[in-house]
Design a protein around this ligand. Structure first.
Ligand SMILES: [Zn+2]
Length: 279
């Protein structure tokens, strides 16, 4: 298990499992001859993607950032992605019960980021998985999810968030809000227009759950974006804005989809290339 302290906070990475993703889709315009040095593809050109959630114990509250793919995928989607659905078991193994979670934060509302927000109960009714938790997600994402483009409509599953918005259990964020002392959100456009990174700050130390702006440690180069990104040029600008602070201030970067390295420090080497230093 990946666990560390950040100031007075405890951080733990919990996985919802791994799933196959087309390597070309994962690395956009980057030629396979380059990305295949960093991530191995199988005979169908699939690579293995992770589903990392971040649990933060602040001392006062237990905060869960992102809830993986969940267990409500349609049969058609299971054909593409499988449905690992391991988060709740992995949390239990780490001694965390769903009703211990005080706060759930989603960076955006694609199905592989908020899947365990809700489950179906015995009667088929959608209910919150984390019954006591207050949920948070970007307001712009939720507005967009109601009328997504044809290109990414498949990524939005309303059962993951609409019942929570409807009941008032989910609060929608503009970006920039502090949710609890030391935990706030910051908008980084590119993957979607309104995706928010989650900033974690304690005693002068900072971690950032950068979500799909840099899904894995293989995506840290400025131009290595995913083909899923709706605004690829904004992805580059957002990465520049991120590095301008994250590198000099030595932020810990948390990667959603890295199957092996949930977090690392990003540095620039002598020739200006980005390198991820594991913890
Ligand atoms: Zn996404």
């Amino acid at each position: 298990m990946h666990r560390m302290t950040l100031g007075s906070f405890e951080l733990t990475a919990f996985s919802d499992g791994t799933y196959p993703l087309d390597g070309g889709a994962f690395f956009g315009v980057v030629p396979k001859i380059m990305w295949s040095r960093k991530m191995e593809a199988d005979e169908k050109n699939y690579v293995t993607a992770g589903l990392n959630s971040l649990l933060i114990r602040t001392g006062d509250q237990t905060v869960l950032v992102e809830t993986g793919m969940g267990n409500k995928l349609s049969e058609r989607m299971v054909k593409f992605y499988g449905q690992p659905a391991k988060l709740i078991d992995n949390l239990a193994q780490g001694g965390v019960a769903p009703d211990e979670i005080d706060i759930v934060i989603n960076s955006h509302l694609h199905f592989d980021h908020c899947g365990w927000n809700t489950v179906r109960d015995a009667n088929g009714k959608i209910v919150p998985t984390f019954s006591r938790a207050k949920y948070y997600a970007p307001e712009g994402e939720w507005q967009y999810s109601r009328k997504p483009s044809e290109r990414d409509a498949i990524s939005y599953i309303p059962d993951n968030y609409d019942p929570l918005v409807g009941s008032g259990q989910m609060t929608l964020l503009k970006g920039g809000e502090e949710i609890v002392p030391g935990i706030s959100v910051k908008t980084f456009p590119g993957h979607t227009a309104n995706m928010q990174a989650i900033m974690v700050e304690s005693q002068g130390k900072t971690a950032c759950y950068i979500s799909d702006l840099m899904p894995t440690s293989a995506h840290i180069d400025l131009t290595w974006g995913m083909s899923f990104d709706l605004y690829p040029l904004d992805t580059i600008e957002s990465k520049k804005r991120y590095y301008a602070k994250a590198i000099p201030e030595k932020w810990l970067t948390v990667f959603t989809h890295d199957p092996k390295t949930p977090w690392a420090y990003i540095e620039r080497d002598e020739i200006g290339k980005m390198v991820a230093k594991g913890v």
